[in-house]
Design a protein around this ligand. Structure first.
Ligand SMILES: NC(=O)c1ccc[n+]([C@@H]2O[C@H](COP(=O)([O-])OP(=O)(O)OC[C@H]3O[C@@H](n4cnc5c(N)ncnc54)[C@H](O)[C@@H]3O)[C@@H](O)[C@H]2O)c1
Ligand SMILES: CC(C)[C@H](C(=O)O)[C@@H](O)C(=O)O
Ligand SMILES: [Mg+2]
Length: 350
């Protein structure tokens, strides 16, 4: 179970340390016998060692039973060469840990309907999960800058998947849908992109192994529109890295705030990196305004997916729901609670 399991806590930058501190408080309160080690990443990593993903931090992440990650990103470093920018920490971790399957659930918590920008009767039907491929696509394809024959600057990023990469995420999509309501929507842009046509062809091949799952296909522009038109129609979405990044932020606002959405990034053996889908939010960093629920719910996902502690995960999720039911709201949810006060409300409900 959990006793003696090593958790690498990588707080990162901006609000990352603020929200991971609350997640750590909740894990400590559950008294699960977890062992924690912290290490710098992102801008904090660069300041500590001249690289956003220090060797010692990567070694800890590999050695740990699970990784709890905050967020990286700091405008101070946006002009660095790309390889040294803070975001390379999360990209490097995803690649080195081979966490190819990113689960991004979006579910309306009772009482948050008024925080959604959608009509309450539309928002309260939302219970979906985006299964996002996390090791391929334009993120990790050949990229670069050049000059055209006419002397014009140009940039390029190769969108690329091979069938093995599509097949393994498709299986996660089908298996996820099988544990939910049995509906899988594969989102691509096959009417334009060859990469998406391969995606769709391979997903259809894999579907033959899951006859009980209702598979549909949707172009990503239509999916973006449907996510605000009728989000309750979605159960499980499987899509590529870039499209999943964009659609998951959109889904977060449908359920009230990006500060509410956790994520699990899993390898083939259930080891994972757990993080809120949001970033370092420099616009509110250091002000006690960050909603820690996404980080706290990411800790719950960690207990469920990597540590076989579903009862503890259930306790955390119920405590977040109960805290919200008391009216505890950070500013993103229309309230005035500080990050620490929101954490206190969850602790009180554990
Ligand atoms: N996984 C990651 O580490 C990750 C994810 C996304 C963005 N980033 C980085 O974060 C930096 C800022 O990016 P951005 O502004 O585009 O995205 P962001 O997610 O940091 O913030 C977007 C908006 O949402 C708000 N917000 C985000 N998290 C919140 C929370 N927990 N509570 C309340 N409000 C919250 C912010 O204040 C901001 O207005 C950039 O450097 C970006 O690269 C990192
Ligand atoms: C920071 C960035 C590299 C990252 C991504 O694009 O995956 C972020 O937006 C996310 O959603 O985790
Ligand atoms: Mg994103």
């Amino acid at each position: 179970m959990t006793h003696g399991k090593l958790i690498a806590i990588l707080p990162g930058d901006g609000i990352g340390p603020e929200v991971t501190a609350e997640a750590r408080r909740v894990l400590d309160a559950l008294d699960l016998g977890l062992v924690f080690e912290e290490a710098p990443v992102g801008g904090a990593g660069y300041r500590a060692s001249g690289h956003p993903l220090p060797d010692a931090t990567l070694a800890l992440a590999k050695r740990a039973d699970a990784v709890l990650f905050g967020a990286v990103g700091d405008p101070e470093f946006d002009s660095l060469e790309r390889a040294l920018r803070p975001e390379q920490a999360i990209l490097g971790l995803r690649k080195n840990l081979t966490t190819f399957a990113n689960l991004r659930p979006a579910k309306m918590f009772a009482g948050l309907e008024d925080a959604s920008t959608l009509k309450p009767e539309v928002a309260n039907a939302i219970d979906l999960v985006i299964v996002r491929e996390l090791n391929g696509d334009v993120y990790f394809g050949a990229k670069g800058r050049g000059t055209t024959d006419a002397g014009l600057r140009e940039g390029h990023d190769l969108m690329r998947y091979d069938e093995s990469e599509v097949r393994r995420i498709a299986h996660v999509g089908f298996q996820t849908a099988a544990k939910r309501r049995g509906k899988l929507c594969s989102v691509d842009k096959a009417n334009v992109l060859e990469t998406s046509q391969l995606w769709r062809d391979v997903v259809i091949e894999v579907a033959a192994e899951y006859p009980q799952i209702e598979l549909t296909h949707m172009y990503v522009d239509n999916a973006a529109m449907q996510l605000v038109r009728n989000p309750g129609a979605f159960d499980t979405i499987v899509t590529g890295n870039l499209f999943g990044d964009i659609l998951s932020d959109q889904a977060s606002m449908c359920v009230g705030s990006i500060g509410m959405l956790p994520s699990a990034s899993l390898d083939a053996h259930g080891k994972g990196l757990y993080e809120p889908i949001h970033g370092s939010a420099p616009d509110i960093a250091g002000q006690g305004k960050a909603n820690p629920c996404a980080a706290i719910l990411s800790a719950a996902m960690m207990l469920r997916h990597s540590l076989d502690a579903s009862d503890a995960a259930d306790r955390i999720e119920a405590a977040v729901s109960a805290a919200l039911a008391t009216g505890a709201r950070t500013p993103d949810l229309g309230g005035t609670a500080t990050t620490r006060a929101m954490g206190d409300a969850v602790l009180a409900a554990l």
